[in-house]
Design a protein around this ligand. Structure first.
Ligand code: SF4
Ligand SMILES: [Zn+2]
Length: 141
């Protein structure tokens, strides 16, 4: 008999939220808590599996796979909407830099449009590096 190591639900054993599950269930209006949980998910090795599961099973509460209750509701609404004519921005499969819009690589910008997680991370790294350089310059002078 062959035993599959890819049993459904197996990914949960690798989630980093197991030790402090309460953090992933902030109140619906707790924006700080929601932001912190979403940020923590982006360090989780099973973010893609988790996001897919939460969307497929329409989890009503909590942050799953880097998505809040509101993010999931929006994504589900988008999935149910009839296809838009070609050429619309939200039909793109890749960001302007060529990164694929997979479930784990999509976040929402402040206008609610799809944005690329890889590009956002790279931007944050550049911002931090620039800030560090400026600080070093100030300290040297
Ligand atoms: S992606 Fe987030 S919610 Fe999902 S298992 Fe990882 S830490 Fe937990
Ligand atoms: Zn990108």
């Amino acid at each position: 008999m062959t035993i599959s190591l890819n049993l459904p639900g197996d990914w949960r054993m690798h989630g980093i939220c197991g030790e402090d599950p309460e953090m992933w269930f902030p109140g619906s209006n707790d924006q700080l808590g929601i932001t912190a949980a979403k940020a923590a998910c982006h360090n989780c090795p099973v973010i893609a599996e988790c996001a897919k599961w939460a969307l497929d099973t329409q989890q009503p509460y909590g942050v799953w796979g880097g998505m809040s209750e509101q993010d999931r509701a929006q994504e589900l609404k988008r999935r149910q909407a009839p296809p838009r004519p070609r050429g619309r921005r939200d039909l793109k499969t890749h960001c302007a830099q060529g990164h694929e819009y997979t479930v784990a690589n999509i976040c929402l910008d402040h206008r609610g449009n799809r944005a690329c997680v890889t590009c956002r991370k790279a931007r944050n790294v550049r911002k931090l590096a620039a800030e560090k350089a400026r600080r070093a310059e100030r300290e040297a002078s």
